[in-house]
Design a protein around this ligand. Structure first.
Ligand SMILES: *[C@@H]1O[C@H](CO)[C@@H](O)[C@H](O)[C@H]1NC(C)=O
Ligand SMILES: *[C@@H]1O[C@H](CO)[C@@H](O)[C@H](O)[C@H]1NC(C)=O
Ligand SMILES: *[C@@H]1O[C@H](CO)[C@@H](O)[C@H](O)[C@H]1NC(C)=O
Ligand SMILES: *[C@@H]1O[C@H](CO)[C@@H](O)[C@H](O)[C@H]1NC(C)=O
Ligand SMILES: *[C@@H]1O[C@H](CO)[C@@H](O)[C@H](O)[C@H]1NC(C)=O
Ligand SMILES: *[C@@H]1O[C@H](CO)[C@@H](O)[C@H](O)[C@H]1NC(C)=O
Ligand SMILES: *[C@@H]1O[C@H](CO)[C@@H](O)[C@H](O)[C@H]1NC(C)=O
Ligand SMILES: *[C@@H]1O[C@H](CO)[C@@H](O)[C@H](O)[C@H]1NC(C)=O
Length: 287
């Protein structure tokens, strides 16, 4: 990393005031005991409104176009949340979201279905045999359905298919319907070498696009470290842009210092040594 001299000076000053590296974010309060990390928004006054999520008596719910699913986990550092896929209707191989044709994400929102998901379509029609999905008799879905952990009612349905999500056609949809398959399930980061009883519970991983700076109407909507200004593309949208020496940190949802002890690893060490090391690195690169 090559820093211009004024940035280096700034970094040096900031290293010496490491205790004040960041300020607090407008995070939403916990949902029951579950933290609601930025950018998720359970109420208009917190989080980013593009990333709505519902808190229903201590459980976070992710809304799709036609239904909603419990959130199993959220990992802000990789922008991934895992929802619990629909379960089967009693004694049938038909998922409860069949009436909604499965899962459809609103394509205008910053979410998509990741390629970490191994999807199993169950109770399929013969038309699926002509699809690019793996619907052979050795397909992993048969191994799953046959196992004790599997969905027993689906053993009576001869055709099932397995595929890895993430293509453009599955980025926002997992479609169940009468002319295709009537049920599905999904596994995140599945290691197919493991026996089924070692698999984790079904889950569907969804990724989010990192949020931009918060939208503002006036300066009153921004905190002391940011200024309400027009977006660069002249769209008419105004956002809280971080002021000098600070940059937008889309993971924490705050204006953070451009160079901090946290991101150069010098926290807790001698700031003087870190500074000298940093300076010589720049000199070597410049020379
Ligand atoms: C498969 O789906 C059909 C159509 O919805 C349903 O009638 C049938 O019961 C399902 N098969 C099983 C084994 O549940
Ligand atoms: C799902 O919701 C969308 C948007 O509200 C609607 O257009 C569509 O008809 C719904 N689909 C089903 C199967 O209910
Ligand atoms: C999809 O999201 C956009 C942006 O928030 C919203 O305006 C639109 O109404 C949503 N569509 C449906 C069908 O809910
Ligand atoms: C289908 O999946 C099975 C099990 O993973 C694999 O052995 C087989 O080669 C796959 N077949 C095709 C056509 O991809
Ligand atoms: C699953 O069970 C069926 C019926 O018992 C059997 O015919 C089939 O070979 C099994 N498939 C796999 C992949 O274990
Ligand atoms: C899903 O969203 C991520 C993050 O914005 C993006 O990198 C990826 O290309 C998207 N995948 C698809 C299939 O649209
Ligand atoms: C602005 O940032 C400084 C230093 O990072 C911090 O001490 C202060 O609390 C922040 N101000 C606001 C209004 O968040
Ligand atoms: C312009 O920026 C706004 C806000 O930053 C964004 O919502 C919008 O999609 C952008 N429009 C275009 C055409 O890039």
């Amino acid at each position: 990393m090559k820093l211009p001299p004024h940035r280096l000076l700034l970094a040096a000053i900031l290293l010496l005031r490491c205790a004040m590296c960041t300020f607090s974010a407008k995070n939403c309060p916990n949902c029951g005991t579950t933290p609601v990390p930025y950018p998720f928004s359970t109420a208009p006054a917190c989080g980013d409104p593009q990333y709505k999520i519902r808190c229903n008596s201590g459980t976070l719910l992710f809304d799709t176009l036609n239904s909603s699913y419990p959130v199993m986990s959220i990992n802000p550092s990789i922008q991934r949340l895992v929802i619990q896929p629909a379960s089967l209707l009693p004694n049938t191989c038909v998922t409860s979201d069949y009436i909604y044709e499965g899962i459809s994400l609103n394509e205008s929102l910053p979410f998509n279905i990741t390629s970490d998901n191994t999807i199993m379509f169950l109770n399929c029609t013969e038309s699926l045999l002509r699809s690019p999905l793996n619907c052979t008799s050795t397909s992993l879905c048969h191994v799953y359905v046959n196992s004790t952990k599997g969905e027993a009612p689906c053993q009576a349905a001869p055709i099932c298919c397995t595929f890895r999500a993430g293509g453009s056609s599955t980025a926002h949809r997992i479609m169940v319907r009468d002319t295709g398959c009537r049920a599905y399930t999904s596994f995140v980061d599945l290691d197919s070498v493991l026996p089924v009883d070692k698999w984790s519970n079904p889950g569907l991983a969804i990724e989010w696009v990192l949020p931009q700076e918060p939208v503002c109407g006036s300066q009153a909507d921004c905190d002391g470290n940011s200024t309400c200004g027009p977006a660069a593309n002249l769209s008419g949208v105004r956002r809280c842009y971080c002021t000098g020496g600070l940059h937008w940190d889309p993971i924490q949802g705050i204006c953070a210092h451009d160079a901090t002890c946290q991101n150069d690893g010098s926290c807790g060490g001698s700031t003087k040594t870190a500074l000298i090391a940093g300076t010589s690195l720049v000199i070597i690169q410049d020379g």
